[in-house]
Design a binder for this molecule. Structure first.
Ligand SMILES: *Cc1c(COP(=O)(O)O)cnc(C)c1O
Length: 339
């Protein structure tokens, strides 16, 4: 039995077209700036994000951490949502690499987030750390792939300007956000000084993320990328797959439709509850009643469906290009039987 893998959109495998492009990629030494395919991906990405420049990085985590390193000085503070990836899943790197303190704010991404945001910007007192950066995440992963609307991003950005703060957008899934909002990605990235997005998630590339921003910002990020050991040589073989991935953004709306299909099905299964109003992109969070999270995951895996743990009593299902609507129906049947 083939497992239907809904743990994450990172499990997507490169398509035939990507593998072919990787095979045919023109390459050079990217540390010398001589890889034409990497250069092409960086130019195209900068243009897509409406920024002056972009940098190809091995992972989204490195992209986020480079942004913190460039924007901040040691001892400064970064405001982020309490559910932020940068807070939960980046190995406390902000403290280790940038010497900054993260200030996680509950509900920052919710409608009333603006009020709480203002409350967390430090006044300029000699005995307080100084706020430097607001890190937003759209879509919000631990928030179940929830989308921050444009108006809210605009307000945060205006506030940041007023307080002379920078805004970094963790846009690992910025194309999912733009798809859900039916807007251009530049509408979102325009409300951030820097933006990171992942090629390796729903877009399906095997490896890589992009950091974009102003020329000077990217120049410094390039130095720090080398410092972290991220200066890759003939990286064009990877960038080639990224370029193909960027031609294929439209398919994300299928993933969103499949997530709704999955959520509606899960909501009908006894022992599970799903808040359908929170299914906005390619993720579904389900609350488990009777079983423990581990028992639940073990049981559905035995039946041929993989999902991931997401805190106490919660599991996460992620739809992606390697699962079809028929796979979703099959997964629902298997889960129903397993329970
Ligand atoms: C996956 C992810 C990242 C980091 O990407 P990696 O390539 O796994 O390091 C950053 N932010 C968010 C919101 C993510 O989902």
């Amino acid at each position: 039995m083939k497992i239907i893998d809904l743990r994450s959109d990172t499990v997507t495998k490169p398509t035939k077209a990507m593998r072919q492009a990787m095979m045919d990629a023109e390459v050079g030494d990217d540390v010398y700036g001589e890889d034409p395919t990497v250069n092409r991906l960086e130019e195209k990405s900068a243009e897509l994000m409406g920024k002056e420049a972009a940098l190809f990085v091995p992972t989204g985590s490195m992209g986020n951490q480079l942004a913190l390193m460039v924007h901040c000085e040691r001892g400064q503070e970064v405001i982020c949502d309490a559910d932020a990836h940068v807070f939960h899943y980046e190995m406390a790197a902000a403290g280790i690499l940038s010497g900054v303190q993260l200030y996680p704010v509950t509900d920052l991404h919710n409608e009333n987030g603006l009020g709480v945001l203002i409350d967390h910007i430090r006044p300029p007192l000699s005995y307080l750390p100084q706020t430097r950066l607001i890190c937003l995440e759209n879509t919000l992963n631990r928030g179940g792939g929830s989308v921050m609307p444009l108006e809210q991003m605009a307000v945060v950005y205006r506030l940041a300007r007023e307080y002379k703060l920078k805004v970094h957008l963790d846009g690992a899934r910025i194309f999912n956000a733009a798809t859900a909002l039916q807007c251009d990605v530049t509408d979102l990235s325009g409300y951030a000084d820097s933006v990171m997005f992942c090629l390796s998630k729903g877009l399906g590339a095997p490896v890589g993320s992009i950091l974009a921003g102003k020329n000077e910002f990217i120049e410094q990020a390039r130095r720090y990328r080398k410092l972290l050991g991220g200066g890759m040589r003939q990286a064009g073989v990877l960038a080639a797959a990224g370029l193909v991935a960027l031609d294929d953004i439209a398919q994300l709306s299928d993933d969103h439709e499949n997530a709704v299909r999955l959520a509606e099905g899960l909501a009908k299964i006894e022992g599970l509850s799903v808040d359908l109003s929170k299914v906005q992109t390619n993720m579904v969070m389900a609350e488990i009643q009777e079983l423990s999270v581990q028992e639940f995951l073990d049981r559905i895996l035995e039946a041929g469906v993989a999902a991931g743990p997401m805190g106490p009593g919660r599991v996460r299902f992620v739809t992606h290009r390697d699962v079809t609507a028929a796979d979703i129906d099959e997964a629902l049947m298997r889960i129903g039987q397993a329970l």
